[in-house]
Design a protein around this ligand. Structure first.
Ligand code: LMR
Length: 400
């Protein structure tokens, strides 16, 4: 049956983690996969999550959730992304479905986009992007197109290329948007540029599909990080899909907690798309996992716990910002050739260094510093103990 099967190379990011774990070198540094680490390089269970777990442990059961997920979680997730005012206005025109984290939400969005139309829309994806975007949509049979998002000279956002791509896109296509903290470049449009983007989406009848994996994690403030989502739905009156993940902002990586939200323009469409999501979810995973969604909704629904979570967001985003600065300072003080301004202009979990593949390889093989092949580093992997080693190693490599 399977003698025609092709061998698919392992996923680059997960393979990198495995390589790092197998490396016996004591000073090894993992800047690969985007997972938060505390100041000692250890995984961090957020104190708000810890508290939520304690509350839950007293009343936990293992019953099935409804097919579309935990109702309180779906409601709280939508309120979080839209903010309470927009949520109140939009709630009857929303379809929501709990998903297997952000990837599952993107996949559900793809299933819905495929099921709801006579022909498959094209999917426009920024280049570079998160390594899984193409796979999720290509595996569902969509034609994926790319557009240049980052200017290789400035290592910043290429907004003119973005505008031009949207203006040239086929009407009724879908565009993947990183809601904030663009992965891997760390470069987001300004508020002014978001406004212009929304205007072009409207004019060209494009469907915005937000990948929102970093709300609150980027700046420490959910309202800032959800700016584009709210602008597109409220001010530009666009229908939009939002793929939420609680992997990063609650540190619930392995619990697979996510939600797909669809903001439609009529109540009738919301009812119909909600029913479609229910059918699509049932045929795929039957019903989603419960534990992580219960942890998240317990936090979001309780004012005290929610405040504790906001404090945790600040802890994480502040530490990342200060490590970004520390790496920049070390690169400058050790005389790393070239300009590094781009590193401090970027924001979020990642730094996009702009190193060549051969330098990335040298850093891995000779210095045991692991980063994605495109020279994206997960800044959370830096700490006071290793940041100088990383800065000095990059400088040495570049000077050789
Ligand atoms: C990353 O970009 O490193 C993370 O989002 C982990 C993943 O699933 O790729």
């Amino acid at each position: 049956w399977f003698d025609q099967a092709h061998f698919i190379p392992p996923d680059a990011i997960f393979a990198l983690t495995a390589q790092y774990l197998a490396d016996p070198f004591p000073q090894k540094v993992n800047l690969g996969q985007g997972t938060y680490r505390d100041e000692n390089g250890n995984p961090w269970v957020l104190p708000s999550v810890q508290k939520s777990r304690e509350i839950l442990s007293q009343k936990l059961n293992h019953e099935y959730l409804p097919i579309v997920g935990l109702a309180s979680f779906r409601q709280e997730a939508a309120k979080l992304a839209l903010g309470p005012e927009l949520f109140a206005k939009q709630q009857d025109k929303l379809a929501t479905c709990q998903s297997l984290s952000g990837t599952g939400a993107l996949h559900l969005a793809g299933l819905l986009l495929r099921a709801g139309r006579a022909s498959r829309p094209k999917i426009y994806i920024p280049e570079p992007t998160w390594s899984n975007h193409h796979q999720v949509f290509a595996s569902l049979g969509f034609q994926c197109e790319t557009f240049q998002y980052c200017n290789p000279e400035t290592k910043g956002l290429d907004i003119d290329s973005y505008y031009a791509a949207l203006k040239a896109a086929e009407p009724n296509s879908v565009v993947i948007i990183h809601a904030c903290a663009h992965n891997p470049t760390g470069c987001d449009p300004s508020q002014e540029q978001w406004r212009e983007l929304a205007r072009i989406f409207k004019e060209r009848q494009l469907f915005p599909l937000f990948d929102a994996a970093y709300l609150g994690f980027n700046s420490g403030n959910v309202d800032n990080d959800a700016f584009a989502i709210r602008l597109f739905i409220e001010e530009a009156k666009l229908e939009a899909g939002v793929c939420l993940s609680f992997a990063k902002n609650m540190g619930l990586y392995g619990e697979r907690v996510g939600c797909f939200l669809l903001a439609t323009s009529t109540e009738e469409t919301a009812v119909k798309t909600q029913s479609m999501l229910e059918m699509l979810q049932r045929s795929e995973v039957s019903n989603p996992p419960a534990y992580g969604a219960k942890i998240a909704s317990t936090i979001l629904a309780d004012a005290t716990l929610r405040q504790a979570w906001h404090d945790d967001l600040i802890t994480m985003s502040d530490r990342i910002r200060s490590m970004r600065r520390a790496l920049y300072d070390r690169l400058i003080s050790s005389g790393a050739p070239g300009s590094w301004e781009h590193l401090i202009r970027q924001s979020g979990m990642f730094g996009f260094l702009g190193l060549s593949p051969s330098i990335v390889l040298k850093l891995r093989e000779q210095y045991h510093i692991y980063m994605a092949g495109n020279s994206r580093i997960s800044i959370a992997g830096l700490n006071e103990q290793n940041v100088e080693y990383v800065g000095d190693s990059i400088t040495e490599c570049l000077k050789q």
